[in-house]
Design a protein around this ligand. Structure first.
Ligand code: FES
Length: 154
């Protein structure tokens, strides 16, 4: 076991875990931040997406030892009050079905919009292509991203 000092959602935490423990399990099982979901465990589905210094990463394949001083943001920390433009658009367009994939979808979209404020349809499709949704909410996700970017009223 090794001690790691992590900055998660603007709060400092010290965790005592194995160096190879994926960040996903540190977040969920040690810090009890269960908004981040386990999907495939192989970086293939996107359900576990969080931000490291604002960049979207797959926490299921990111060992805690690789986090270092980077700040971790999870869905719980995306906004102080759940009113990030993407979260509002998600609610307005009633995007989720079962909901399982949605935290990862929003975290991927948030990192993307932070880089591209007014993306094309193709760029949205490309950016979101690694996040799977077994319920098939893709068209609502796409519309919600456009709404959050202020590009669509629909
Ligand atoms: Fe069910 Fe996406 S809403 S997996």
């Amino acid at each position: 076991m090794t001690q790691y000092r992590l900055q998660v959602n603007s709060r400092a935490h010290t965790v005592d875990v194995d160096a190879s423990m994926p960040l996903l399990w540190v977040l969920r099982d040690v810090l009890e931040l269960t908004g981040t979901k386990y999907g495939c465990g192989m970086a293939q589905c996107g359900a576990c997406t969080v931000h490291l210094d604002g960049k979207a990463v797959r926490s299921c394949v990111t060992p805690v030892s690789a986090v270092g001083s980077q700040s971790v943001t999870t869905i719980e920390g995306l906004s102080p009050d759940g009113r990030h433009p993407l979260q509002l658009a998600w609610q307005e367009l009633d995007v989720p079905q079962c909901g399982y994939c949605q935290a990862g979808q929003i975290m991927t979209a948030a990192a993307f919009l932070a880089q591209q404020a007014a993306p094309s349809d193709d760029a949205i499709t490309q950016a979101m292509s690694g996040n799977l949704c077994r319920c098939g909410t893709y068209s609502r996700i796409h519309r919600a991203i456009k709404r959050a970017a202020g590009m669509s009223q629909s």
